[in-house]
Ligand binder design. Structure first.
Ligand code: CMC
Length: 432
């Protein structure tokens, strides 16, 4: 018997059990032996929303929610945001180490050379209504990629998996840019092999067929930092969706489609858009207090506040807040920032938020910057999705290599009818 154990007394039967503890967890399956009677199914753990259940082992991202610490592969997010580009961070997440010069060149070249999409993918995007929600276009188009790359279903071949990883990472910005331009009624701009990742994305989005278009370096850097901050966040809702869908072993595009769908909701990746709408609705600093009162009455949630894991200031929000001022020096100030700052000031002093440890999260300030750069609010979750793809890919690869992983298939507490007989029914055949 291992030295670290948990003793359980089942007060229904008086029986005692010793359950091993390892890595600060007990295995739910060890509870199954605890039965009230011989034909009892055995004890299960009930945990809607996985609030206290570890679903995997992972070496990718570490979050200490009490202290407000976030590490990718051991490196603090503050240092990565300061010193690394998004492609470097994507490499780090997948490979576990930062790339050297040669590795980065090879990685960047692979991504650059997979940015184009099949002409029919453009036609698919053309076929969406002009008012189509960009996350819906992104999700449907990524799903469609599985029909263009049928070999992606072979998950056993490492090289083949790597090819799909390059493709998805490379094509997400292209699809996102095309979704934006479709809504705007603008012609698509082809990806360029001459431009680095972020400049290429900004050019595909904002260039008006102007060959000399060059994004402002402050804007390019700011978006790069935002992508670094959004790259991974351990077992969040969309990553869990990706791992869960991926556990039945479909191709990468199908699993990523599930993740994009999960990210779209306002409690997750859609929160950045919801924050902007909320700030617009509040409109001015003097209406903030009234909004807070409505939140406290339970009429609304304060979007961009609160987190399942962080019970302290989200370190990503701190970085974004600092960066906002640099961006606004270039773009001109965003008046909604004043509303956001006032919201934060009042909320952080209010007992309701203090008691519940509700702090600004990553989405609270990101929208103000995206808006200043020129993105409409409905594109904010798409930007999140491009960045989070890097984390999804690392988590997907890790899950496929994890011998402990099984098809995700939770149990339930059944509350429906016990077996019963069908009532005698009138004949339903249609008279001739
Ligand atoms: N505004 C007002 N009250 C809140 C908020 C909020 N934003 N978030 C949590 N609470 C309250 C909640 O009502 C509950 O109060 P009580 O104990 O009186 O019932 C308590 O705080 C605990 O909340 P919970 O809903 O049990 O917490 P959770 O861990 O299930 O939810 C969350 C986490 C992020 C979904 C939630 O905080 C939320 O809805 N926030 C607003 C949406 C948002 O900003 N989401 C982005 C999250 S960060 C980036 C990402 O993951 O994409």
């Amino acid at each position: 018997m291992p030295s670290k154990t948990l003793s359980i007394t089942d007060n229904r039967t008086g029986k005692q059990y010793e359950v091993p503890i390892s890595d600060g967890t007990i295995r739910s399956m060890d509870l199954r032996q605890i039965k009230e009677s011989k034909d009892d199914f055995g004890l299960m753990a009930y945990d809607p929303g996985f609030t206290n259940t570890a679903s995997c082992r992972s070496k990718i991202t570490y979050v200490d929610g009490e202290k407000g610490i976030l590490l990718y592969r051991g490196y603090p997010i503050e240092q990565l945001a300061e010193e690394c580009s998004f492609p470097e961070v994507a490499y780090l997440l997948l490979h576990g180490e930062l790339p050297d010069q040669g590795e980065l060149q090879e990685w960047s070249s692979q991504i650059t050379h997979h940015t184009m999409v099949h002409e029919n993918i453009k036609k698919l995007i053309d076929s969406f209504p002009h008012e189509a929600y960009p996350m819906g276009m992104l999700m449907s188009t990524v799903a469609a990629l599985s029909t263009y790359h049928p070999e992606a279903r072979d998950l056993r071949d490492h090289q083949n998996r790597r090819l799909q990883i390059y493709r998805l990472l490379a094509k997400m910005p292209t699809i996102a840019a095309y979704a934006y331009r479709h809504r705007m009624g603008l012609p698509y701009v082809e990806p360029s092999n001459e431009l680095p990742y972020m400049a290429n994305f900004l050019t595909m989005v904002f260039s008006m067929n102007n060959p000399s278009y060059v994004p402002h370096p402050v804007i390019e850097k700011a978006l790069d930092v935002l992508f670094v901050l959004h790259a991974d966040h351990e077992q969040n809702c969309s990553t869990n969706a990706l791992r869960s869908a991926g556990s039945s072993k479909p191709d990468l595009y199908s699993a990523a489609t599930a993740a994009i769908g999960a990210l779209a909701g306002p409690l997750h990746g859609g929160a950045n858009e919801a924050v902007l709408r909320m700030l617009r609705q509040i409109g001015s600093k003097n209406r903030v207090a009234a909004h807070i009162e409505r939140v406290k009455k339970g009429e609304l949630r304060l979007m961009g506040f609160g987190h399942r894991v962080y019970k302290n200031y989200d370190p990503r929000a701190q970085i974004i807040k600092r960066m906002a001022h640099e961006v606004f020096e270039v773009t001109g100030s965003n008046p909604l920032l004043d509303v956001a700052l006032e919201l934060e000031r009042i909320a952080l002093e209010d007992e309701y938020f203090v008691e519940r440890k509700l702090y600004p999260n990553v989405d609270f300030y990101s929208g103000s910057i995206y808006q200043a750069i020129g993105f409409p609010a409905n594109m904010f979750p798409v930007l999140f999705a491009i960045a989070r793809t890097s984390g999804w890919l690392a988590q997907w690869e890790e899950s496929l290599n994890d011998p402990e992983q099984k098809i995700a298939r939770p149990r339930q507490i059944y509350e429906g009818h016990a077996r019963r007989e069908m009532p005698v029914r009138q004949s339903t055949s249609i008279p001739e």
